[in-house]
Design a protein around this ligand. Structure first.
Ligand code: NAD
Length: 724
């Protein structure tokens, strides 16, 4: 199997074309690296070859390194990782020096990267080693270095080259935030050198090679007198940059993402030494990060397992049942969002609401999102018009007859949902899904005449942004309905988890205890800033009080009332309600009311914690230690996830970990609650749970499954292993 091929033309220009067979996107594998290395040697040593174009036969250049390779390297141990990284540097440095004499720098051959579309990770690091980067003007293309998002950093010279090319300050958003740009933005940001019309990409690359002079091939950092843009750490301007960057990284990562600070160290130390030494320093820091449990856990959850779920790891073995015509009932915030993402995926949508006006409003919600995409050049006006024509607003259920899937997103009221279910089933034989966030599926299916074709498809808000979709099997849901729901999620390019029916399913079941614990702490007199900061320092994107403000306190009140009604005397959260209802009674309903646990300005901008909290919930003396607060906030989530597994709501821990991070932002650095528990060790988790239970109540008592695992010294990923 070949990933790269080399062809030459009569003018002596070689084209190395990347085209990994059987994949829609190029990714670099170990075999691919060896092949490319061989072809570069051939091009540089063949006197008939004058210059090289490196391009792709696919619409995109490359999606990056095959992260499975990194997982394999990690398994080989520290020396194997370092050697592997250094051999990558050797290849890229060979491309960059292109056979030139080390001293004079003369005699090299021009090598240009011609990018037809997306170029990510190593797909950009490789071009950065070439002498020029020309990108096709393809507004859908994404160019950048997203490594930081899976807990690593650009370790094939991207970190060192980009900082030397742009300076540390200008490179920071690309390296530290993994910012991606379309080709035009990549040009103005300095990532690529030229943007040309797609049809002229190769001819322009050819012209450049033919016209290139020897001076064009020498990178600034290989030329005499090179000075880093913006200054090195001991330059007054550089000093300011590095001090600021260090503070920014610590502020944003709260110290829980080792990759960001390791990358900064590589940049800082690398800036003080010659280029080749800087690459070696980068390799050392990169090796350290690859060997850190954080990167291994993030790669496993956010790449390998996420992809396995998207490819249907838990799909029943049934023929493809992609959705052709979707019915959506309820054109409110969620229904309109679902109609929008479906239309974007090319699915015909009938969008029903009680009045034509409400249904039209739903479609207008999609139009507003499409307008935004057009104004940002993410979409052409033609594509917008085509997408909108796929959504037909209606009120008559007869319009649902041709649908093969119907999703209802009407009010969260069992009676309204029952009525809608009956009417939809009378009009169409489609599989029927409910987007309920709290009502058990089996109970809602009671009114269904086809309960085997009744299922939960739980989207998160906002639908167009949130990647996770929770599919819920009711007691009678048949595999056909599960397959249909999974095919639908695949069409939307979102990530599915499939769980069994129970109150709040999986994600809400775990997030509610987190929110409740935040309110409990407040009610006990713990300083609200301590609560919020403790959560943020765990790596939670939002503290519990801020998250409650975002989702609104009246939703909390509604859920609390319904849960109390369902559980009766067994209801355990009276102390939470004391806080919740006290806030709600004062009209502090959260962000939408511009008043909640936080204060907001007129425009709805969050200012800071509400000063009245101190009076409403007087501070206790003494305050608990930070670690104690963190343990409470973390363990309530992890223990609930373990209970969901123990009770059979979750059937696959990969779904538990992927769902936790994508669904409610569970500390992404950890790889998810099960990965975190494995890293901590079942015995240590069980022991801490017992300590917390003794101090704060039975909600922290270790589930039997955890105690059993602690006794046997087992880990979740060994006991519940599934092939990727
Ligand atoms: P919403 O109030 O914004 O929209 C509900 C829509 O349903 C309204 O347009 C209403 O006119 C319409 N409707 C009500 N009764 C109807 C009927 N009999 N026939 C046709 N249309 C009818 O509510 P929402 O926030 O979009 O929530 C909808 C569902 O999604 C609820 O079940 C909710 O629990 C669930 N959900 C909400 C969120 C969220 O964050 N808001 C997240 C996940 C799931």
């Amino acid at each position: 199997m070949t990933d790269f091929t080399l062809t030459t033309d009569p003018d002596g220009i070689a084209t190395i074309t990347w085209d990994v067979q059987g994949k829609s996107m190029n990714v670099l594998s170990l075999a691919g690296i060896a092949e490319l290395d061989g072809l570069v040697d051939r091009a540089l040593s063949d006197p008939a070859i004058k210059g090289v174009i490196l391009t792709s036969a696919k619409p995109d250049f490359a999606g990056g390194m095959d992260l499975k390779v990194i997982a394999q390297m990690q398994a080989g141990g520290v020396q194997a990782v370092f050697d592997g990284v250094m051999s990558m540097h050797k290849l890229l440095r060979k491309i960059e020096r292109a056979g030139m004499d080390a001293k004079t720098p003369r005699g090299g051959k021009p090598i240009v990267a011609a990018l037809p579309g997306t170029a990510l990770g190593i797909g950009l690091e490789l071009p950065l080693a070439c002498h020029r980067i020309i990108a096709a003007d393809n507004p859908r293309a994404k160019i950048g270095l997203p490594e930081i998002k899976v807990g690593i950093f650009p370790g094939a010279g991207g970190t060192t080259r980009l900082t030397r090319k742009l300076g540390a300050l200008a490179a920071a958003p690309f390296l530290l935030e993994g910012k991606l740009s379309d080709p035009k933005a990549a040009k103005s940001g300095g990532l690529v050198d030229e943007v040309v019309a797609p049809e002229t990409l190769l001819s322009r690359a050819r012209d450049w090679v033919l016209a290139a002079t020897e001076a064009d091939l020498v990178k600034p950092w290989d030329a005499a007198g090179y000075k880093m843009p913006g200054g090195t750490p001991y330059h007054p301007a550089g000093f300011m940059t590095f001090v600021g960057a260090s503070a920014m990284v610590t502020g944003q990562t709260m110290g829980v993402y080792p990759a960001a600070s390791a990358m900064l160290s590589a940049v800082y130390e690398g800036a003080l030494v010659p280029f080749d030494t800087a690459l070696k320093i980068e390799a050392r820091w990169f090796t350290k990060i690859l060997m850190d449990p954080t990167s291994a856990a993030m790669i496993r959850t956010l790449f390998i397992n996420k992809e396995a779920l998207e490819k249907g790891a838990n799909r029943p073995a049934l023929p493809d049942s992609a959705v052709r015509h979707l019915g959506v009932i309820g054109a409110g915030m969620m229904g309109a969002g679902i109609a929008h993402v479906a239309a974007l995926a090319g699915i015909t949508v009938t969008l029903i609401d009680a009045t034509q006006e409400a249904a039209e409003r739903g479609r207008a919600q999609s139009e507003a999102l499409l307008d935004k995409a057009v104004s940002r050049r993410k979409m052409t006006p033609e594509k917008k018009a085509e997408t909108l024509t796929r959504i037909t607003p209606a009120t008559d259920y007869a319009a649902l007859a041709p649908c093969d899937l119907i999703v209802e997103a009407v009010f969260e009221d069992p009676a309204v949902k029952a009525d809608v279910t009956r009417r939809a089933e009378a009009a169409s034989g489609a599989i029927f899904a409910t987007n309920t966030s709290t009502l058990p599926i089996t109970a809602l299916a009671k009114v269904s005449v086809r309960p085997d074709r009744f299922i939960g498809i739980h989207f998160f808000s906002p639908v167009d942004k949130m990647a996770l979709v929770e599919i819920i099997r009711g007691k009678q849901t048949a595999p056909e309905a599960v397959a249909k729901a999974l095919d639908f999620v695949r069409q939307l390019r979102k990530t599915p988890i499939v769980v069994n029916d129970a109150r709040f399913f999986y994600a809400n079941r775990c997030i509610i205890p987190y929110l409740n614990e935040g309110m409990r702490l407040l009610g006990e007199g713990v300083a609200p800033a301590l609560v919020e900061n403790a959560a943020r320092m765990l790596g939670m994107p939002l503290g519990p009080l801020q998250l409650i403000d975002e989702t609104s306190l009246d939703l909390g009140v509604k859920i609390a009332r319904a849960t109390r009604a369902a559980m009766g005397d067994a209801y355990p959260d009276a102390d939470v309600d004391a806080v919740l209802f006290r806030m709600a009674d004062q009209g502090r309903l959260g962000k939408k009311a511009k008043a909640g646990f936080y204060a907001y300005d007129e425009g709805g901008k969050r200012l800071g914690l509400w000063s009245g909290l101190a009076e409403t919930f007087p501070l206790a003396n003494p305050q608990p230690a930070l670690k104690e607060v963190q343990n409470r906030l973390l363990y309530v989530q992890v223990l609930e996830a373990i209970r969901a597994l123990e009770q059979g709501v979750l059937t696959d821990i990969r779904e538990g970990d992927v769902g936790a991070i994508l669904g409610w932002g569970f500390a992404p650095w950890s790889g998810g609650p099960f990965a975190w528990a494995d890293r901590t060790g079942a015995e240590a988790v069980a022991r801490m749970a017992e300590t917390l239970a003794a101090a704060h109540g039975p909600r922290f008592a270790p589930p039997a499954l955890l105690s059993d695992m602690a006794a046997r010294g087992e880990s979740f990923y060994r006991r519940f292993a599934r092939a990727a």
